[in-house]
Design a protein around this ligand. Structure first.
Ligand SMILES: Cc1ncc(COP(=O)(O)O)c(C=O)c1O
Length: 451
């Protein structure tokens, strides 16, 4: 976390404390001194990190704003979802092509349970593999246009484990500043020299490589195919030139790009007409468009073989659950068979972006491929906006500090192929009506928001 970010957090906490003190003398201030005597040192509620949670909870109680996180959904969450028995329009699903619950995919998962059970109980290295694993990896390699692929039980864990293993303290990692947490954690684990470059600034990437490359053994450039927070894309051809010039590997995380980019949904290489073989390490997740859970790496035969014997998150972790592997394979099949889904998603993503812009909302850098943020600019107001939208029948979960910088707090809309034009129109109208009210609104929220 950058010092800038922690200062912003501290300022927010201070404002919240001040506001709480003014409004509720009885609330008191959560204890912040060291634990003294008794068993307090074993009490996690006395940790400073826990204090921040308590403050936010108190703010929520006083303002009667519900917690926008961990909302309980009653069933499948698609373009609509039921929360507390009430059906709302949903813009917080990564099921970009509406494949979760598709009859062919559900049937494939059920068949896999009947044949293999729900677990393979141990690492594939020791307990052996099942045909569903091999089928999935072959399908992922075909989807990615690579020689081979390897599937892990977690998307987040894939990045941590693969980056953490391939790179070491004598290496260099150059990544985009808004890169996903899993890549940051993998880079930390590796012990490599880490340089975060301003978002999509290829000159900064070039400078980082020029000034540092010679001093390190391996170099890795890491970007996302479609940025999950901002909804924009990298310049893949430009990055390929850089990685050639500085003898670096290029890794592209396709978590949000699969299904959303390219005319058949194969991702950023298809979108930008780039040969996938030009990228050394393709990473993706099974949890979004592919309606399952887990992560994968696609690349050369040698890379995949290496990871199968060295990557701790693969070697020392259980193989994918059979129904999960079978579901993801079937999802790839449906996606390839039904390209109208990717076309519908693009139509909806673009419509969402255009409507939001037309109503004067700040959509940042989004290209309207699925992820469309509406930047509010501070966390409390973003949370309030999410709550107001829920009252009006829309589920849109906020992204607030520390997920993004405090002044970049936003609602993130995820368009899917299932949304209707009316759902898109009505949610944007609701945001355009509620946001100005919140910005000029209640003194308490304004105080804690610093406006
Ligand atoms: C860019 C990116 N990479 C990796 C992940 C982790 O994937 P998973 O949630 O499947 O573990 C995410 C999750 O949101 C992501 O957005």
């Amino acid at each position: 976390m950058t010092p800038q970010r922690s200062n912003a957090a501290q300022e927010t906490v201070d404002r919240v404390r001040q506001a709480l003190g003014q409004s509720t003398a009885s609330q008191g201030r959560p204890g912040s001194g060291p634990a003294t005597g008794g068993r307090r040192e074993f009490d996690f509620t006395t940790l400073p990190e826990y204090e921040i949670l308590k403050i936010w909870k108190a703010v929520g109680d006083i303002t009667r704003i519900g917690n926008p996180f961990y909302r309980l959904h009653d069933g499948r969450a698609g373009n609509t979802t039921s929360i507390d028995g009430r059906t709302v329009t949903n813009f917080s699903s990564y099921d970009y092509l509406g494949l979760n619950g598709h009859p062919d995919i559900a049937a494939a998962a059920k068949d896999a349970i009947d044949r293999f059970g729900t677990s393979v109980s141990a690492s594939r290295l020791s307990a052996g593999e099942r045909q569903v694993h091999r089928d999935l990896e072959a399908a992922l390699a075909r989807l990615s246009g690579t020689e081979d692929a390897i599937a892990f039980v977690s998307g987040h864990g894939t990045n941590v484990s693969v980056i953490g293993e391939l790179l070491g303290p004598e290496d260099l990692i150059v990544a985009d500043a808004v890169i996903h947490n899993s890549i940051v954690e993998g880079a930390k684990l590796s012990g490599a020299k880490r340089i975060l470059c301003p978002h999509n600034d290829l000159d900064a990437f070039e400078r980082a490589l020029r000034l540092n490359r010679a001093r390190y053994r391996r170099a890795l450039i890491v970007v996302e195919g479609l940025y999950g927070m901002d909804g924009d894309v990298p310049d893949l051809a430009g990055l390929i030139k850089l990685k050639r010039r500085y003898n670096a590997w290029l890794m592209v995380d396709e978590a949000h790009a699969t299904g959303a980019l390219g005319h058949t949904g194969r991702g950023v290489a298809e979108e930008q007409g780039v040969d996938p073989a030009e990228v050394e390490i393709w990473m993706g997740t099974l949890s979004k468009t592919l309606a399952a859970a887990g992560g994968y790496i696609a690349g050369s035969r040698a890379l995949i073989e290496l990871l199968k014997y060295t990557s701790p998150g693969f070697v020392f972790s259980v193989g994918l659950s059979p129904p999960v592997a079978a579901a993801a394979t079937a999802a790839i099949d449906v996606m390839m068979r039904e390209p109208w889904r990717a076309a519908a998603l693009r139509r909806n993503g673009r419509a969402l972006l255009e409507k939001a812009k037309a109503r004067g909302l700040d959509t940042g850098l989004s290209i309207g491929a699925s992820v469309v943020p509406v930047i509010v600019g501070n966390s409390p107001q973003t949370v309030v906006l999410s709550e107001r939208l829920l009252e009006r029948g829309f589920n849109v979960v906020p992204a607030v500090f520390p997920g993004v910088a405090e002044n970049q707090a936003r609602l993130r809309f995820f368009a899917t192929s299932e949304h209707t034009p009316e759902q898109i129109d009505t949610v944007i109208e609701a945001v355009a009506e509620e946001l100005p009210k919140i910005r000029s609104g209640s003194s308490f929220v304004s105080t804690i928001a610093g406006r």
